[in-house]
Design a protein around this ligand. Structure first.
Ligand SMILES: [Zn+2]
Length: 363
């Protein structure tokens, strides 16, 4: 039995009166400006679930923008009773379509993520959220220092701040960073994600003056500025980094895996060159004697022959060895370090008292 209804074609904002009937498995309708149209009932979707007193609005998969608006409640009741998928919510067909599209979308995002982490890890490193860098950086530090005590004294902390301030002089673009000293005999320094720079007690003891530590610090800030720790993390854990960012977790067991953490800090020679260049430019602008970095490295080569000392504290950092195992290519690198130009008097990085306080920060 034909009824009156309204049709929107989805292209013009005009409703057209039509006559509508069911013929077999189709809805058939036509009107003054509407040629006879057949919509299969199986292809119909309710725009909203049918509701008493409300016009029933349906569309068809062949013309998703078009609408039929039916006010005849008896007709709607009969139609919906015979074709349950019109009850609203989602039909299985629709759900399957949604699932296919969603899976396709996830695959596309995963593929994009895979390409990014595989071919552009440093780009990814620069878009990682600060909160994530900070959290994962903290986990990396905890994993590396093991049970070693973090050293803080009021005078030592103020000396650290003075050293960072000396490097910030003339360098307004230093990345956000923190510097901590841990009570470990190993001679090393490293940068973890989130600008966390770690020095061991051993490296402070090895240094003959604040210029040497300032040089090492400038080098580590170079790693921070280039996001080398984050880049390594992206390289080593791949897509896990993105999953971890999106899910708010720490990226699996990575940060509790000592071998993986050790690999994290073994930079490429290119990364070392980038950090060195950054250090030289930063010291130049801050008017800090770059020869401190050079004499420190030369001393390390002479004393240790570049070999890593045996592990003592069984922390991950001990398995890493000294500065040479984490910052490779030292011998050719140090030749690049030259004094400040003639006529420039280098700034005093720390007073003798401040230097003493820093060296004795672990008691
Ligand atoms: Zn380095």
């Amino acid at each position: 039995m034909a009824i009156e209804a309204v049709f929107f074609d989805g292209e013009y904002a005009r409703d057209r009166a039509i006559t509508l009937d069911v013929q077999g498995n189709d809805l058939v309708f036509s009107g003054q400006d509407v040629p006879q149209t057949r919509w299969s009932i199986s292809g119909l979707h309710p725009v909203d679930p049918p509701s008493p007193g409300q016009p029933f609005r349906i569309t068809h998969h062949s013309k998703p923008g078009a609408r039929l608006v039916i006010r005849d409640e008896a007709f709607v009741h009969r139609l919906v009773a015979e074709h349950k998928h019109l009850k609203g919510g989602y039909s299985w067909t629709h759900l399957k379509q949604v699932a296919v599209w969603t899976a396709g979308g996830i695959l596309a995002i995963a593929a994009l993520g895979y390409v990014l982490v595989s071919f552009l890890p440093q780009r990814v490193a620069f878009v990682l959220p600060e909160t994530w860098r900070d959290r994962v950086g903290g986990q990396v530090v905890d994993g590396l220092v093991g049970k070693a005590k973090r050293c803080n004294t009021p005078a030592g902390d103020s000396a650290k701040s003075a050293m960072i301030a000396a490097l910030a002089e003339g360098n307004t673009d230093l990345p956000p960073l923190s510097m901590e000293v841990y009570d470990m005999d190993l001679v090393n320094a490293f940068a973890a994600p989130g600008g966390k720079i770690i020095f061991t007690k051993g490296i402070l003891a090895k240094a003959d003056g604040p210029d040497e530590i300032a040089g090492v610090l400038a080098h580590e800030i170079g790693h921070v500025a280039h996001r080398h720790p984050e880049t390594q993390l992206v390289r080593l854990t791949g897509i896990q980094v993105l999953i971890s960012v999106m899910s708010g977790t720490n990226g699996g067991d990575f940060t509790s895996n000592v071998a993986a953490l050790a690999a994290l800090l073994r930079y490429s020679r290119d990364a070392e060159r980038e950090a060195d260049t950054y250090a030289r430019q930063t010291m130049d602008k801050a008017n800090i004697n770059p020869m401190g970095l050079r004499t420190f490295f030369e001393k390390m080569i002479k004393d240790e022959g570049g070999a890593a000392p045996a592990a003592k504290d069984s922390s991950a950092l001990d398995t890493l060895g000294n500065v040479f195992s984490t910052h490779p290519g030292t011998e050719d690198r140090i030749k690049q370090i030259t004094p400040l130009p003639d006529g420039r008097t280098p700034a005093q990085v720390l007073t003798p008292e401040q230097w003493k306080s820093l060296q004795s920060i672990c008691g």
